[in-house]
Design a protein around this ligand. Structure first.
Ligand code: ATP
Ligand code: MG
Length: 448
């Protein structure tokens, strides 16, 4: 992409309304634009990141056996009357009336919609297990939308819903999702820690929140330090095999959010030098809740003995749009964002230090062509801004590798390679600079 043709409305100054660094940087880097409180337009740079996060989430859901569907954003209130949640959900639900005076709502979650889909099409235990997910916009009229996309009112969520014949099967599905979540966040360069959670109004008895540590996190968390060194299940994990060891391994050490923290247990179970109290951001939440919705909505399948069985359900959420902010909270410096390659909007930033100079332009166009041909995503700053402004824009938007091309270097056949993380710069012959960057990008595309 040539910057001159792109749409990248960067801001030099930090907007006053933004309290936390990810919100400040997302606005400054022209990733999003607020439309109303907690409601955002995604501009090209932000949209690229959102799509990359979405793609990773999708790949890991598919790997773990979930099947993608797409449910509507607008739902009929009657479905929620069936489950009994229409009144219970309260003011976070945006209620709408259509022209025929039917009660509708903008979905804050989709247990009811998916249970109705299941109820009407799955009739036999032979069709189980089923795990259906979608990546769709949700609306929750949060009392205090804040921190940009981290606590929005309209936000993108991946939500999966599982149906199993027995409690045992449902636990296995839960374990598959648990392992998939560990992989999902690790692939974005995030260290997530599953923490035992309250099942709250959704009901049920097994639930974990996936938390990444950040000073600006909304909840206080308490954990065994060793969890930060734990490895995630590899890509070739047999998701249909026995994953209980992985879950056991991760959950045998103490980790809890403030909502259910047990100080006495923390002190009893975790040696003093291993106790970590920190702040965390919830990026995912998984629940096993049994037959709460299937029972209320009359979803039944025929069991092996011919008798009707009410399937055991779970639901599994990932905050896709929240993750864009969460990655920035975890990876930035005073100059701007530092994207991990797998979620970077572009992999290489190419800076022309003397746009208009025929030799420099030609060299840049050649390098751009070669990188593109190698499958690298390049943002080429071909504008006639000052060099200093180009450097600060490229640092701000956080492209992981930069190639800096100017007339002086070219005289001796050299370009500069800069690594955004750490800021290390080296001059290399054009070809080796190119190869160096291509290899570095390729090796960092899969972090887990
Ligand atoms: P929170 O405790 O942060 O309000 P929640 O428990 O209400 O979240 P879930 O219903 O578990 O959220 O939703 C699944 C995921 O969706 C959460 O883990 C979070 O990452 C994301 N999410 C929830 N609410 C918001 C929001 N207002 N803005 C952005 N992402 C959100
Ligand atoms: Mg939650």
């Amino acid at each position: 992409m040539y910057l001159s043709r792109y749409f990248l409305p960067v801001l030099r100054d930090t907007p006053k309304e933004a309290e936390i660094v990810s919100h400040q940087l997302m606005l400054r880097a022209g990733m999003v634009k607020q439309s109303a409180a907690g409601i955002y337009s995604w501009l090209p740079l932000g949209l690229s990141v959102l799509k990359k996060i979405e793609a990773i989430v999708r790949e890991e859901q598919n790997r773990a056996g979930a099947v993608e569907i797409l449910m509507p954003t607008i739902q009929p209130a009657d479905l929620w009357r069936e489950s009994g949640r229409y009144e219970a959900y309260g003011k976070e639900m945006l209620r709408i009336m259509d022209r025929h005076e039917r009660d509708m709502l903008f979905g804050p979650t989709a247990e009811e919609v998916v249970t109705a889909i299941f109820r009407d099409s799955v009739k036999s235990y032979k069709d189980l297990p089923k795990n259906l997910y979608n990546i769709q916009w949700k609306f929750r009229d949060e009392i205090r939308p804040r921190f940009g996309v981290m606590r929005g009112r309209e936000f993108l969520m991946k939500d999966a819903y599982s149906f199993d014949l027995t409690k045992e099967d449902a636990r296995r599905t839960y374990q598959r999702m648990f392992a998939a979540y560990l992989r999902t966040f690790a692939r974005m360069g995030l260290k997530s820690v599953p923490m035992k959670a309250d099942t709250g109004p959704i009901g049920g008895d097994l639930s974990h929140e996936f938390i990444i540590l950040a000073d600006t996190g909304e909840s206080e968390v308490f954990l065994h330090k060793d969890l930060l060194e734990e490895t995630v299940p590899p890509a070739d994990t047999d998701f249909w095999g026995d994953l209980s060891g992985i879950v056991e391994d991760w959950t045998s050490r103490y980790a809890a959010t403030d909502e259910i923290h047990d100080a006495a247990r923390f002190e009893r179970e975790v040696p003093a030098d291993k106790r970590l109290t920190a702040r965390g951001i919830e990026v995912g939440h998984i629940f096993y809740f049994g037959t709460k919705y299937s029972e209320a909505m009359g979803a039944k399948v025929q069991g092996p003995d011919g008798k009707l069985v009410t399937p055991e359900m779970g639901s599994y959420g990932v905050g896709v749009s929240r993750l864009a902010g969460a990655v920035i909270e975890a990876s930035h410096d005073k100059d701007g964002i530092i994207w991990p390659v797998p979620v970077a909007p572009f992999e290489v930033g190419l800076i022309n230090l003397r746009s208009g100079d025929a030799a420099t332009d030609a060299a840049c166009v050649d390098i751009y062509g070669k990188l593109t041909a190698a499958g690298i995503e390049v943002l080429y700053d071909d504008t006639d801004e000052r060099a200093g402004a180009k450097f600060s824009t490229m640092d701000l938007v956080g492209i992981p590798f930069q190639l800096i091309v100017g007339p002086k270097g070219l005289k001796s056949g050299e370009i500069e390679v800069k690594v955004r993380a750490g800021g290390e710069r080296v001059s290399l012959a054009v070809e080796s600079g190119l190869n160096h960057v291509i290899e570095a990008v390729q090796s960092q595309r899969s972090l887990a």
